[in-house]
Design a protein around this ligand. Structure first.
Ligand SMILES: O=C[C@H](O)COP(=O)(O)O
Length: 271
């Protein structure tokens, strides 16, 4: 595998595409097919760099059917999950349903859930527990807004989000987790946190995980960066020691662009 700083990826990179509220189930099938064909044409090794897409709920059954029928190696997940398992929770989606759709992952606490739907840190923690109960791998999203960043409080703020979400998660469960650092000011704005900013937070998150659990656990957990990632900036981000992948929004809706992000190692060699 292409070198990082020490010649080895100790954690398997994960490139995740969050489609947000884009793509109906017809478009989802087309996008997944095109993405898969493009990556296959490039002999992409899905064991070396894992790929996951996060379509809207209404697309998941179609994506499941396609990936099973064509034996695709890319994985998929949901953008949210209810903190409840079943009951009178209109509009909510149970982790049980997602597991039955063979989802691998679920996004937890995306900043758009936190800001638009007022999800508190405690709700995020409950959703994280729900994901774990249903054997879904949570991708826990954390990150600060612009004012917090400008006040120099970004590390403290983000680590507090992390601590609250993990309050009842034991070491065995946390090892399954993926964490996505998404500075809110960099989402969908074209503003990218510099690779050094991503690394600063990646290292801080890993240090906090080591304090909360142990060094071995902290070293095993993947930390992704998200916020205006494109094919032309992914390589620099992926060079950073504590960044193990990216969570891509807008650029994941274009199969060629997303395939180029997945193939970041190619850019590492050529840029
Ligand atoms: O989940 C993805 C993030 O919100 C980043 O979105 P973006 O790549 O459009 O900035």
């Amino acid at each position: 595998m292409t070198s990082k700083t020490d010649g080895v990826y100790t954690r398997t990179p994960l490139i995740a595409g969050n489609w947000k509220m884009h793509m109906d189930h017809f478009q989802a099938v087309s996008l997944v097919q095109k993405l898969s064909w493009t990556l296959t044409d490039h002999d992409h090794d899905f064991d070396k760099v894992q790929v996951a897409v996060f379509p809207p709920f209404t697309d998941l059954r179609s994506v499941q059917t396609l990936t099973m029928a064509d034996k695709l190696e890319l994985t998929y997940g949901a953008q949210d999950v209810s903190q409840f398992d079943a009951g009178a929770y209109t509009g909510d989606i149970s982790g049980d349903f997602l597991k039955k759709l063979a989802c691998t992952y679920v996004l937890i606490g995306h900043s758009e859930r936190r800001s638009i739907h007022q999800e508190s840190d405690d709700v995020v923690a409950a959703k994280l527990q729900a994901a774990l109960r249903h054997d879904l791998t949570p991708i826990l999203c954390v990150g600060e807004g612009l004012e917090t960043r400008q006040a120099g409080q970004h590390v403290d703020f983000t680590l507090q989000q992390l601590r609250t979400a993990l309050q009842d998660v034991d070491a065995a469960a946390v090892a399954e987790l993926v964490i996505a650092y998404e500075p809110v000011w960099a989402i969908g704005t074209g503003e990218v946190a510099g690779p050094a900013d991503a690394q600063e937070m990646g290292a801080a998150i890993r240090q906090e995980l080591a304090a909360l659990y142990d060094t071995e656990t902290a070293q095993a957990i993947r930390v992704l960066y998200g916020g205006s990632v494109k094919a032309d900036n992914v390589a620099a981000i992926m060079r950073e020691r504590d960044i193990d992948g990216v969570l891509v929004g807008g650029a994941s809706l274009d199969d060629e662009e997303f395939a180029n992000i997945v193939r970041f190692e190619h850019h590492l060699v050529t840029d």
